[in-house]
Design a protein around this ligand. Structure first.
Ligand SMILES: Nc1ncnc2c1ncn2[C@@H]1O[C@H](COP(=O)(O)OP(=O)(O)OP(=O)(O)O)[C@@H](O)[C@H]1O
Ligand SMILES: [Mg+2]
Length: 361
């Protein structure tokens, strides 16, 4: 059978407005040049120490969109080149390995060992761990470390290998709640990324506009930066998506800004929900539906095998993402936690649950 699609194609001269390169505005794009956070020297100092043989792991904390992933990926990408350019480091440049892994994609130590060693499934962890002990100079960044389901690697890597560990997380409570033995094996330096100020946001958005647009109005970009800091918790993603839509629509006037920002908040919310793992998604759905954490936990199908504690950790994470508010309610001596949804478009959660077939039989 044939269908004619010609009539549905946008005209060949269809225009992306002022957008020169749409990829520059995708949410996982790492720009050619990043804005350097003032904490960058601290991280580089720890890396230099490591290269000289002294190892203090590093944990980077910061809200969503504060540049954790971008900063660390840029460091890993640029480090070998930088080393090659500095006398005295040239020898290490070729031997140092830099590896990025996200616990969202690889949530168990076993999966991360597999990734690091390239060994296929079925190999015992002990064999892979022996291999990792042979690594001389490796920098391993584990993003969204609070999603790790076990802490084997947090204990093993600092104690028994020479690998340098950089952990990234939004949730400061995650580290506090770790096992004492793991904490004392890590003894990390904590680096905190505060939310961007309006000036910093302006600089980041201006850099991005220059990279991906043919034209933009700097006054509108500054106004946008202010709105993102004030109304979108400084989430840079919202600013970047807004820039894209302003460029597409060539809508460089301040009056239309608010609508564009609202659209972009929705778009980013949509994106975060679709990126969630199954467990997070189910916890979000049940907590919104049941409006109270105890009842939500009771409604969790047994196949998810989740302890109450880990259920509550997930709820905290959702609160951190700005998707729900948890409110303590006391009636006499009975205390419960009510869930207040903050999502602009909660129907997306249900759609996604259905699309993945998570709660059906
Ligand atoms: N310093 C920066 N320079 C250039 N772009 C940045 C910078 N910080 C953030 N961005 C941009 O903002 C967006 C969000 O940044 P990033 O993903 O690094 O945040 P994050 O702290 O890892 O957030 P999350 O906790 O949600 O993972 C990305 O698209 C990134 O390109
Ligand atoms: Mg990140």
């Amino acid at each position: 059978m044939s269908i004619s699609l010609e009539k549905y194609l946008a005209p060949p001269d269809f225009s992306l407005g002022d957008v020169r390169d749409p990829r520059v505005f995708e949410l996982d794009y790492i720009p050619r040049k990043i804005y350097e956070r003032k904490e960058l020297p601290q991280i580089m100092e720890l890396i230099s120490l490591y290269l000289k043989g002294s190892r203090i792991p590093c944990i980077i904390w910061g809200e969503r969109g504060s540049g954790k992933t971008t900063t660390v990926k840029a460091i890993l990408r640029e480090l070998p080149n930088a080393l090659r350019r500095v006398e005295g480091y040239k020898e290490v440049a070729d031997s140092v390995k830099t590896v990025y892994v996200s616990a969202r994609e690889k949530p168990t130590s076993y999966q991360i060992y597999q990734f690091l060693t390239g060994m296929k499934g079925g190999i015992p962890a002990s064999v892979m761990k022996e291999r990792l002990k042979e690594e001389k100079k490796m920098i391993l960044a584990v993003d969204e470390a609070d999603l790790l389901k076990d802490d084997d690697l947090l204990y093993f890597i600092p104690r028994e290998t020479s690998i340098y560990l950089i952990l990234l997380s939004r949730d400061i409570r995650w580290f506090t709640n770790l096992d004492e033995a793991v904490k004392s094996s890590l003894l990390p330096k904590h680096v905190r990324f505060n939310p961007y100020t309006a000036e910093e946001m302006d600089e980041i958005l201006t850099m991005r506009a220059k990279e991906g647009l043919n034209y933009f109005d700097p006054t509108v970009v500054s106004a946008l930066a202010g709105i993102v800091v004030r109304d979108a918790d400084s989430d840079t993603r919202v600013g970047i998506r807004s820039l894209y839509w302003l460029g597409i629509k060539r809508s460089w006037n301040e009056n239309a800004l608010m609508d564009t920002v609202k659209e972009s908040i929705k778009e980013v919310e949509d994106f975060s929900i679709r990126m969630m793992n199954n467990e997070e998604l189910v916890v979000l759905y049940l907590s919104i539906k049941n409006k109270q954490t105890n009842r939500a936990y009771e409604a969790l199908p047994p196949k998810f095998k989740m302890s109450k504690a880990s259920f509550l950790t997930k709820l905290n994470r959702l609160q951190e993402m700005g998707l729900i508010n948890l409110i303590k309610v006391s009636q006499g001596r009975i205390h419960t936690i009510a869930v207040q949804p903050l999502l602009r478009h909660p129907e997306i959660v249900e759609e996604e649950i259905e699309a993945r077939g998570l709660l059906g039989d």
